[in-house]
Write a protein that binds this ligand. Sequence first.
Ligand SMILES: [Zn+2]
Length: 270
Amino acid sequence: MATVHLWTPRDISFTGRARLINCVIFGMYTYYASIFLLPTEVIGKITKICRNFLLEWHRRVQKVGIGIKGLAAWNKATIAKLTWALAKKEKVLWVKWVRERNPQACDWLGDPDCKVAKGYKWRRETQRKVPWIKLIWARPNVSRNAFISWVLIHRRLPTKQRLSKFQPQIDNLCVLCSVQEEKEAHLFYTCNYATTIWNELRQWWRYTSEVHNSSQLLRNLKHSKGARTLKQITSAIMTATFYYIWSARNHMIFKKQQIKAYQIAYLIKD
Ligand SMILES: [Zn+2]
């Protein structure tokens, strides 16, 4: 895990960080996870380090929908495969003994093929799922857009209203309209800047519904009628909108550059 501390997350994009975790860290982890059933505390610690690296400033994230592999589920799936491979050695005395003692528990061992990926998928599916998660991380969505949307939906974007809890003297005004307090609901839905973009998008893509809450928006989309591809495109438009509004706000604060709402709408359509 010392490797993770050597990386400087500020210099690497979100996609780059996720790739480093899934390739480098997961590669090292797989070696031990294929042989031992690792203690929950160890898995929790590794997950925490990886998660903090991925989301540098965001400490209290939920366990699902993050875009990195579930280490505990993977560990159990690899050990299940190991157990299966050992149990296939039917001539070994202890295998005979176990099979005779508890034949029902050995049902799954009779499976002609045991794959780690299949076991992992099964374990992940039995865990709690957020209904809209597939829409956020669907293939047409750009990773950076999906990431900002994911943080927004978990109500963890560092808006001025949220930061004012730690820095009471902070100026709370929304930089895009200079009229109201910068809260998530205002910034992404009720601000004149945001409504101009959403209205423009609705005229162009009629599946973009009118809701003032991000989770509700995605829940409605998930339960709406229509082909999966149509929902995925709508989700890609929504996540891009969240990203570009947040980006316009950051440009204004940190670079003192104003990006017009029509330019954002143009970028999303493009
Ligand atoms: Zn505003």
